[in-house]
Ligand binder design. Sequence first.
Ligand SMILES: *[C@@H]1O[C@H](CO)[C@@H](O)[C@H](O)[C@H]1NC(C)=O
Ligand SMILES: *[C@@H]1O[C@H](CO)[C@@H](O)[C@H](O)[C@H]1NC(C)=O
Length: 251
Amino acid sequence: MVDSYKPRKGDKSTSSSQSETSALRRWGIRAIILALIVGLYQWANTINDRFYRLTPEELNETVQHSLRLASELNKNGDSGTNSTIIISTLIDQLVERHPEMSWSTDFKNKRDWVFNNAGGAMGSMYILHASITEYIIIFGSAVGTEGHSGRHTADDYFHILTGQQTAYEAGDLTREIYNPGDVHHMKRGVVKQYVAAPETWALEYARGWIPLMLPFGFADTLFSTLDLITLYHTVRITGKEMIKNLLIGKI
Ligand SMILES: *[C@@H]1O[C@H](CO)[C@@H](O)[C@H](O)[C@H]1NC(C)=O
Ligand SMILES: *[C@@H]1O[C@H](CO)[C@@H](O)[C@H](O)[C@H]1NC(C)=O
């Protein structure tokens, strides 16, 4: 009987092998789409450098120069660090060196500052420039913070202006320490736990595909703080900056 066995229409084993074939086809199509996305992403990462206007080397030099200038300016007044003088000196230097870029400079206007909750850390930021491939912001916290750095799709340069930042990667038993004038370079794909001491303010420069970084920046708002007003202002300010830059041809 076994030898003369022929599958009949509607036979259980036939329909399951048919559904296996179609499942295989579905997964094949998904794999091809995924490969296309990965390929597109890799290709996109080879062309974004033609849109950059700033270089990490020059920015480091600008920060060093501004810190020196600010400490000279500060000598007339009280001793110690004055974040306001440092930030305004730095912004003046950036505008002077890159008049071709569009800058937001009114950092004393509280309306243009927003809180940012990401990776369990909380800080506030002022956007100096944001386009599709570069952003440059003042970021920090008056009370200090601690959290997950995020696994970025962009290279991130953190120039410490005041205070101190410490960080380490899983597996390290000692911490990296960054003081004013130091640059903490967060490489693409690297993850760290970090701490910012009270009154740590930094100039943060990121280059890469910035819109891909935004989900991390918004996740804590959507799933934890539910501070939709802050989200609204973040989207408003970032969107305004990116569109303004696109209109003047800066991608
Ligand atoms: C930044 O500039 C300072 C002073 O020129 C230099 O000592 C330091 O190594 C530079 N840092 C980076 C990350 O390039
Ligand atoms: C920093 O300097 C500004 C401008 O000179 C001044 O108004 C402010 O009071 C100073 N802040 C501190 C904390 O000393």
